[in-house]
Ligand binder design. Structure first.
Ligand SMILES: Nc1ncnc2c1ncn2[C@@H]1O[C@H](COP(=O)(O)OP(=O)(O)OP(=O)(O)O)[C@@H](O)[C@H]1O
Ligand SMILES: [Mg+2]
Length: 330
């Protein structure tokens, strides 16, 4: 009998756990001078079957958080449970329940695509025959069958990423962690990957992903936690976050000349405008989305050489800007 089945028999019933992932008071402090508070007190709960997004700018602590949830990084403080299992006390059992795709390509370059998948199953104690069958099935599902005998160096970035996801779920985990899975992919590959992840999710897999693409999180996730400086700023459904914080819209006014203080004052005096700040191309206006707002802002800016404008309506991007005063990409 394959060892997985044996160990499954001896596993105590943890499936009854009502959360797929729970973080309580989690901190990660990297020593040094100054020390880095990469994760500075995070509490989160992810329900089984949920698609959950950790959204935040570079350095927010996303990878460190995922690293701790996936047993790769030891928390300095706090407790993390996957399906009721403590990640620090029981890393081996946790590893059987999770799949991980990290920011780096970790495929084995000396193995074919098929071998990469089959070996992963073998590593988790599956028989050679069952592992081969699973590899076939996954190659089919992830539309890689034609390249089964190719090596990772011979396939596109999009294919490599699909293979990494296929490998991460090969041993049938409960929770899949994806750290910036679409970074560096072209739009088409990105879409293809999301379709596949969407299918997995419909099969009941819990998915935790990190991204700094706001639209991606908005479209894909049931709930998102926006994190910054190692802390959760807000955590809710995209719809509720936008309704609560994103009523603020962001209007970037591109001006032909440098914005002077008088212009900022005139913009701030416009009904509905809550903030106006200089940006490289002109002025960024934060405002409540009220009737006629754009027309009022434009009429003020017109006198200052308005050459173009961009509007970010109720979006997670606007939520982040409203909460932090910064762009995600800054
Ligand atoms: N091993 C380490 N030693 C010291 N500091 C670290 C280490 N790993 C990460 N950090 C720091 O911790 C903070 C959080 O980093 P982390 O990689 O978790 O952020 P992130 O949100 O994943 O960012 P990105 O979007 O760039 O992937 C950053 O300031 C980073 O420089
Ligand atoms: Mg990261």
């Amino acid at each position: 009998m394959p060892t997985t089945e044996l160990s499954a028999l001896s596993e105590p019933q943890v499936a009854a756990s009502t959360t797929a992932l729970r973080l309580a008071g989690v901190h990660k402090i990297y020593p040094g001078s100054p020390e880095v508070r990469a994760v500075d007190g995070i509490d989160l709960e992810v329900a089984p079957g949920e698609m959950f997004g950790l959204l935040g700018p570079n350095g927010a602590g996303k990878t460190t958080t995922v690293g701790m949830c996936t047993t790769r990084i030891l928390p300095t403080q706090g407790r993390i449970e996957v399906a009721g299992l403590d990640v620090v006390a029981e890393p081996a059992r946790v590893k059987r329940r999770i799949g991980v795709v990290t920011q780096a390509n970790t495929l084995d370059r000396s193995l074919t695509l098929h071998e990469n998948l089959a070996l992963h199953c073998r590593y988790f104690g599956w028989s050679a025959r069952r592992s081969r069958a699973r590899a076939d099935e996954l190659l089919e599902r992830f539309r890689l069958t034609e390249r089964a005998d190719a090596f990772p160096m011979q396939i596109s970035g999009g294919m490599a990423q699909r293979l990494q996801v296929a490998r991460a779920i090969a041993h049938e985990p409960d929770v899949l962690f994806l750290d910036e899975p679409t970074a560096g992919l072209d739009p088409q590959s990105r879409l293809a990957l999301w379709e596949l992840v969407g299918e997995l999710r419909r099969d009941g897999l819990t998915v935790v992903l990190t991204t700094h693409y706001m639209e991606e999180a908005d479209q894909l996730c049931d709930r998102v936690a926006i994190i910054d400086h190692g802390r959760v700023l807000v955590c809710d459904t995209p719809e509720r976050l936008k309704a609560e914080h994103g009523a603020s819209m962001v209007v970037d006014l591109h001006l032909s000349a440098q914005a002077d203080d008088a212009l900022l004052d005139r913009l701030l005096a416009v009904t509905g405008v809550t903030d106006a700040d200089r940006i490289a191309s002109g002025v960024r206006v934060l405002a409540r989305d009220t009737e006629g707002l754009l027309a009022r802002v434009v009429s003020v800016a017109d006198h200052a050489g308005l050459s173009d404008l961009s509007v970010t309506g109720a979006s997670l991007e606007a939520v982040f800007i409203a909460l932090t005063g910064r762009d995600l990409r800054e």
